[in-house]
Design a protein around this ligand. Structure first.
Ligand SMILES: [Zn+2]
Ligand SMILES: [Zn+2]
Length: 267
């Protein structure tokens, strides 16, 4: 059955993705306001009542802003690790306590949400805990890897399984280096528990490319240290060096920070 993917927002001011079939859908992260979530889904002709779960990667504000509302007010189950849930509980950005909606999952123990087989996996980042999600549905394997301090063997394993990859390309290394961020913030972003650069994402994809990979979406682009065109070009050029042609061998999209993407549909 048809599978649809949509980025509602992607970046340090809010992250939220939708993956769904004609029958049900899940949100990955809820870092934008509920009104925006509802409006974007409505604009894209996705019925909000189809959302059966929210998967949270980690407890930074740009990923959890609306999780309390979705969980406690709307009774949508919120899945994440115990560590992330503890982080959400302590977060000053979430007023509600997730009592009825908290679902605790273990890393690398697959679980089912309807027809989705989902595996959370460890991703290094300076939050209480952080996971990526690998979601299998029919012949599709979506891997979400955001806020990736560096690519560990585990992150690599799940990214290599993907037919459809959502990978962080947070910053251009030169822009960060010569930009206006204070030194401590530059260090934080570039550290092994910070974010992934365009070059790091490009290098990984170019050296691990497998023909089963059909779609790449670059996510969590920085407002100050990146441009969608620059992120796209960096990956495009590096893939070309390996003889991988964007548009022919694999599709590539740089997700915009506050503009929702198109809906991508797959048979
Ligand atoms: Zn983030
Ligand atoms: Zn983060």
């Amino acid at each position: 059955m048809k599978l649809s993917f949509l980025s509602l927002a992607s970046g340090s001011s809010g992250n939220c993705y939708y993956l769904g079939t004609p029958e049900f859908g899940v949100l990955i992260d809820a870092g934008i306001g509920i009104r925006t979530i509802k409006k974007v889904l409505k604009d894209k002709a996705i019925n909000f009542s189809k959302i059966v779960a929210v998967l949270i990667t980690h407890d930074h504000a740009d990923h959890i802003k609306t999780v309390g509302y979705l969980g406690e007010k709307l009774c949508i189950p919120v899945y994440s690790t115990e560590g992330v849930h503890e982080g959400i509980e302590k977060s000053r950005y979430v007023e509600e306590t997730l009592i009825g909606s908290r679902k605790i999952i273990e890393k690398e123990v697959p679980f089912m949400i309807r027809d989705f087989k989902i595996t959370a996996f460890e991703v290094p980042h300076d939050s209480t805990d952080n996971v990526g999600y690998h979601i299998e549905y029919e012949n599709h394997k979506f891997t979400f890897a955001t806020d990736v301090g560096h690519i560990t063997d585990t992150v690599s394993k799940y990214m290599c399984l993907a037919t459809d990859l959502i990978i962080e390309a947070n910053y251009d290394e030169e822009m960060l280096k010569f930009g206006t961020y204070p030194a401590f913030l530059k260090e934080r972003v570039a550290s092994p528990t910070g974010h992934l650069s365009n070059r790091e994402a490009a290098e990984f994809i170019a050296t691990h490319y497998d023909p089963k990979l059909k779609n790449i979406w670059l996510c969590h682009l920085s407002r100050d240290n990146n441009h969608p065109e620059l992120a796209y070009k960096t990956i495009d050029i590096r893939l070309f060096e390996e003889g991988i042609r964007v548009g022919k061998d694999v599709a590539l999209v740089a997700l915009k920070r506050t503009t929702p993407s198109d809906i991508f549909e797959f048979e």
